[in-house]
Design a protein around this ligand. Structure first.
Ligand SMILES: CC(C)(COP(=O)(O)OP(=O)(O)OC[C@H]1O[C@@H](n2cnc3c(N)ncnc32)[C@H](O)[C@@H]1OP(=O)(O)O)[C@@H](O)C(=O)NCCC(=O)NCCS
Length: 352
């Protein structure tokens, strides 16, 4: 859970284009419809750049151009991870639910920097769902004025229409669709109809892991496993979820919350992201949603030989807890388990 204390807001004139671009990609920002070099030029041409960083990770950007008297805010973006559920357009480029005041602090710091440069008129065009954020930050709304503009951005280009800015718009729709697919993967509580679907996915899950765990297929060529799968649909305290991108199946996730151990509240039963959705932050986003949903003492265990899964969970939990987790090993008939323990039921996120 983001907190004010963890998020540092300050001017950062040396912000790198790579950091900015990664932020745009991760937060579904429309700038990714341009070639990546644009991230360099927007930074070079900004008079002021202010960032928000949570333990070093870029989670917000505010930029402005200025002639020394008047300034125009070009960007106020806050990572979706640092906005509340009201960020309904699903893009960090709009600050629609500034739950943790990151947008407000960015805007206020940007205004201070611009004032120090001599600008005493600072304006911007805000989307209607952002007005609260800006008025919280001290901006007034000019009811009597209307924004006038010429808009040839590829974002609004209709399918098949050629961009007036070279070929960026021709390549971009593919990237946009791809981004939407990735960002569009959502978590759904599984229904009874989902149990046979999850069962059908199990062989792919087992097959993927067999590469690292050395499991053989059955003599008739199958990869069986996850015998406990139905119990997640049946037993109280066990929770089954499907991952979906629109109507398309993207994986499943199982959470166990009926541990007999006194010091464990929840664990990950199984966790599977289909291949086409991997490597784009989907697993991390979904895992964080599960952690946020179930608060308590967590145990995430995987066979130590499953090195990719171990690397994944170390990264995800490391970032989620800001490094406040414990690791240990447990023996079992199937080999050594690596166990990651953390808790997320205290605001300080102290270790178990
Ligand atoms: C493991 C799995 C869930 C990862 O899903 P994903 O959507 O590709 O993961 P993300 O893109 O969100 O990755 C989050 C972080 O983990 C890292 N990571 C993901 N897969 C990794 C791998 N195979 N090896 C090393 N690191 C990996 C990523 O690099 C990323 O860190 P970064 O942002 O610093 O680069 C997915 O590959 C999978 O379903 N594998 C098969 C089943 C399995 O092993 N499940 C886990 C056991 S319960």
């Amino acid at each position: 859970m983001p907190s004010k204390e963890d998020t540092v807001v300050e001017k950062e004139p040396g912000l790198s284009a790579e950091d900015l671009w990664q932020f745009y990609v991760e937060n579904n920002c429309c700038e990714t419809r341009y070639p990546m070099e644009r991230a360099t030029s927007v930074l070079q041409n900004s008079a002021a750049v202010v960032t928000a960083r949570d333990h070093g990770k870029l989670v917000g950007v505010a930029r402005a151009v200025s002639d020394g008297l008047s300034a125009q805010v070009m960007e106020l973006s806050v990572a979706l991870s640092h906005q509340g559920p009201g960020a309904r357009n699903g893009t960090g480029a709009l600050v629609e639910d500034d739950k943790f005041d990151v947008g407000k602090r960015l805007a206020q710091t940007l205004v201070e920097v611009l004032h120090s440069q001599g600008a005493d008129w600072i304006e911007m065009v805000a989307w209607k769902t952002e007005l609260e954020t800006y008025s919280d930050a001290g901006f007034q709304v000019k009811e009597e004025d209307r924004a006038v503009f010429v808009d040839t951005r590829p974002l609004w280009k209709k399918a098949g229409q050629r961009s007036r800015r070279g070929d960026a718009g021709d390549r971009a729709p593919h990237r946009w669709r791809w981004l939407q697919e990735m960002m569009g993967v959502t978590l759904h509580e599984a229904t009874d109809q989902d149990l046979p679907i999850a069962k059908n996915l199990v062989p792919y899950y087992i097959y993927d892991m067999s590469e690292y765990l050395g499991w053989a297929c059955t003599p008739d060529g199958r990869f069986d496993g996850c015998d406990e799968l139905p119990s997640y649909w049946e037993e109280p305290g066990k929770h089954a979820f499907m991952l979906r991108a629109g109507k398309e199946i993207a994986g499943f996730a199982l959470v166990r919350g009926n541990h007999e151990e006194e010091d464990i509240d929840f664990s990950i039963g199984e966790f599977f992201v289909l291949r086409k959705f991997r490597g784009r932050g989907v697993g991390e986003r979904i895992a964080r949603q599960l952690f946020d949903r179930f608060r308590g003492r967590w145990k995430v265990a995987q066979l130590a030989r499953n090195t990719p899964a171990l690397a994944f969970w170390r990264k995800v939990i490391g970032r989620y807890t800001s490094g406040e987790f414990h690791e240990c090993e447990e023996d079992s008939p199937w080999g050594e388990w690596n166990v990651i323990l953390f808790r997320n039921d205290t605001s300080s996120r102290s270790g178990p």
